[in-house]
Design a protein around this ligand. Structure first.
Ligand SMILES: Cc1ncc(COP(=O)(O)O)c(C=O)c1O
Length: 407
């Protein structure tokens, strides 16, 4: 008899009403590994990387994976093998990349609060560049280079004062945000530090926010960055690279979210920057890994309240904080689809009222020990987890074809 297959996306599908990631049954994963467990589709990550790469026709950008989205070593290895560099924001992320196959000459170090220990480590390891976020930080980089008798390339992160129209907690490109150097100060810093002998300031970078859903904020920021570059050229400064940052949004809820296509994003970058004939750097995080991940979780108990029914699962806000922190709305699927439906409030076991994954949600009727998945949890999921309530962190597994590994 032919099996009934219902595809949700390229790598997640129901086969005879039982959910599979690639060719692997999620029921089987839950038998092999204690839930909650993060499952990542390797093919989805590879697909996303290749889609981004091939969207560019006039230039070949250096794609520096923003490791903050997910620092799982196997994910870093996979992206490194595809040719990715990395955007890191701590010595921990930098070491993780060096250990897992990312070439040091493809690593960009961003972040508003690098310590002198972190700067020293970056300079000693001669990474591609440090993106500095203030004149004060630049002074410190120069002092460290002097002491170590080493040089390093530097990018200035520009704050273009553009509202990314995203959640306020992940907006980074307005003057009120702590990130970057106000665009009004950039040229004077280039002038002040010309020929300083230690750092070569040869890049401008921006990153205006994350989960950006429309091209308009990018367009506004690109326009400003372009004008700034033209201004720098007039003053005879030459750039080795232009770093466009990350921020591309993904669909979390296919009934609500509308996002531009990645090829239109690439076209916009090419329109504003390829005529400079300078290397383009991208720092995508969420776009590369977000959709690849699900949290596989088990129902602990179903609790009937006064006016709602709580579905208490074994994943909590300590494993996945996005819904509590950003009010993000992730789709939830039962691993075994059933015809009878029931309305639930899907909650975790943590002693916080904000430990809610979904309210007033109609899904297959479930019982104790049944399995569910929370979708699109590959980015800013496991890496933001904690041991709150002294609970264990969720294990992580990578799935490719018929195999799973990396536990
Ligand atoms: C400097 C920088 N680059 C890249 C990223 C990655 O952003 P996203 O995951 O939205 O692509 C971030 C995240 O906020 C960032 O701060």
């Amino acid at each position: 008899m032919k099996k009934k297959i219902v595809k949700y996306n390229k790598f997640l599908s129901y086969e005879s009403d039982s959910l599979k990631m690639e060719e692997v049954s999620l029921v089987g994963i839950a038998k092999a590994i204690k839930t909650p467990v993060y499952c990542y589709s390797v093919s989805q990550i590879k697909y996303n990387f290749k889609e981004l790469k091939k969207s560019f026709s006039n230039c070949k950008p250096l794609i520096c994976y923003a490791v903050k989205a997910n620092f799982n070593k196997n994910i870093i290895k996979i992206l490194g093998q595809l040719g990715a560099g990395a955007d890191v924001v701590s010595i921990g992320e930098l070491k993780q990349c060096l250990k897992n196959g990312i070439s040091k000459k493809k690593i960009v170090f961003s972040g508003v609060g690098k310590t002198s220990e972190e700067i020293k480590f970056a300079v000693k390891n001669q990474i591609k560049q440090i993106n500095v976020e203030s004149e004060e930080e630049l002074q410190e980089v120069i002092e460290i280079c002097k002491k170590l008798k080493k040089k390093i390339d530097v990018g200035l992160r520009v704050n273009p004062n553009v509202d990314a129209q995203t959640h306020k907690k992940i907006s980074t490109g307005r003057f009120e945000d702590k990130f970057g150097i106000p665009q009004t100060k950039i040229v004077s810093i280039f002038q002040k530090f010309r020929n300083n002998g230690y750092v070569d300031i040869n890049c401008v970078s921006i990153h205006i926010g994350s989960q950006i859903r429309s091209l308009l904020p990018f367009k506004l920021a690109f326009k400003k960055l372009r004008n700034l570059i033209l201004n720098l050229q007039k003053k005879s400064f030459t750039l080795k690279s232009i770093d466009i940052g990350g921020g591309v949004g993904i669909v979390y809820n296919d009934k609500k979210d509308k996002i531009f296509t990645i090829s239109n994003y690439a076209k916009l970058i090419e329109k504003y920057f390829t005529d400079f004939k300078t290397q383009i750097i991208l720092e995508p995080g969420r776009f590369l890994v977000g959709e690849s991940g699900v949290i596989l979780s088990k129902v602990i108990r179903i609790k009937k309240g006064e006016n709602k029914t709580f579905l208490i699962i074994d994943a909590g806000m300590n494993n996945f904080i996005r819904p509590s922190l950003y009010s993000s709305d992730h789709q939830i699927f039962p691993v075994k689809n059933k015809k009878t439906k029931q309305k639930y409030e899907v909650v975790g076991p943590i002693c916080e009222s904000s430990d809610i994954f979904k309210k007033n949600f109609l899904m297959s009727e479930l019982k104790q020990n049944d399995l569910i998945v929370i979708l699109s949890t590959g980015a800013y999921g496991s890496c933001m987890s904690s041991r709150y309530n002294l609970r264990n962190e969720a294990k992580e597994v990578l799935i490719e074809g018929k195999n799973f590994f990396g536990i």
